[in-house]
Structure formats: structure tokens, C-alpha cells
Ligand binder design. Structure first.
Ligand code: FES
Length: 177
């Protein structure tokens, strides 16, 4: 005859199935509530990355302020400023009045890794301070690692104001290794 008491399983799940179910239910509900609360915040933070910024015209000065000659640095608000952009909301271009009616402009960002290039009037070259990239006055590469010419920016004159068409900051074409 067997006098031993009936054996209970040692697994906690089988000892308290209701408690286990409620624990899992509460973890699941907490996860759902956490997602519902954080998704709008994550969406707000990440949305500017996926939204293509619209190109806009930005006034950079009066027509009479620009003399025919070398390049001058102009600054304007980036086409996709976000609330937390800070100083990066300001973009720049090298603008040159070629004749009474004609302007050309280039983005200041080097096509190697994006450092701001600087115009040197003599010998009429754009120099990049980071890795020695050099560009001619037409924006083409003269020396150094940049793989492409400087990004051109469209310029127009409206109501006596010189305006540049904003572009997203050019991404580097260089493969980082
Ligand atoms: S960032 Fe201009 S040469 Fe490297």
C-alpha cells in the first residue's frame, strides 16, 4: 500500500497558476502602456530625419551690398531646422557677384567630410582646413581628398534682395573605413 502524500510539482508555475498569470498580464499591460506613452515622443524626435526638407528661398542681403568680384560668405537658416538644432540651424554659402546681373554660389561644406571651406582671394582657391582639400573658383576639385566639386546653390534677385535656394547640407560621398 502507498502511504506517501500526493506529489506536487516543484515548478512555481504549477504551484500558483493564477499568480503567474496575473504577473504576466501585468508585465504585458505595462509594456503596452509604456509603448503608448513613448511612441508619440519617439515619432516627434525621429520625424525630421525621414521628412525631406522643402527647398526655400532665403534673402542674404540687398543687391547693392554685393560688389562684382570675389566670393563673400553669406549665412541663412537651414531648410530643416529642428527645435534642438542650435547653431547647426545656420547654413552658409560662398556667394560671388560675377557681373551686374549674374551670381554664383557654393555650399561651404567640403565634399570630403563636410568641413567648412574658406575662400582665399589670392590664389583664388577654396581651401579646406581639415585634410587639405582644395577647389578652384568654379568649385571643381584642385587637390586633396574631396571626391566631387563643391555643391552649387541657385541664386536669384527678387525685389532688390539677393536670395539663395536652400539645399540640405550635402552628405559626404567618402566611404569611412
Ligand atoms: S573635410 Fe575637407 S578635405 Fe577632408
Amino acid at each position: 500500500m502507498n502511504n506517501q502524500p500526493p506529489q506536487q510539482s516543484d515548478k512555481p508555475c504549477c504551484q500558483h497558476p493564477r499568480r503567474t498569470f496575473l504577473t504576466r498580464l501585468s508585465i504585458g499591460l505595462s509594456a503596452v502602456i509604456g509603448l503608448v506613452i513613448t511612441m508619440p515622443v519617439i515619432g516627434y524626435v525621429l520625424a525630421p530625419i525621414f521628412k525631406k526638407p522643402k527647398e526655400k528661398w532665403r534673402a542674404v542681403g540687398k543687391l547693392e551690398d554685393f560688389k562684382v568680384g570675389g566670393f563673400v560668405l553669406v549665412q541663412y537658416e537651414d531648410p530643416s531646422p529642428v527645435a534642438w538644432a542650435g547653431v547647426t540651424a545656420t547654413a552658409g554659402a560662398w556667394l560671388r557677384r560675377v557681373s551686374e546681373t549674374e551670381f554664383i554660389a557654393f555650399s561651404i561644406n567640403c565634399r570630403h567630410l563636410g568641413c567648412p571651406v574658406r575662400w582665399v582671394d589670392d590664389p583664388k582657391l577654396f581651401m579646406c582646413p581639415c585634410h587639405g582639400g582644395v577647389y578652384y573658383e568654379d568649385g571643381t576639385v584642385a587637390a586633396g581628398p574631396p571626391p566631387e566639386p563643391l555643391q552649387k546653390i541657385t541664386v536669384r534677385v527678387r525685389n532688390g534682395q539677393v536670395e539663395v535656394q536652400t539645399i540640405p547640407t550635402p552628405l559626404t560621398l567618402t566611404t569611412l573605413t
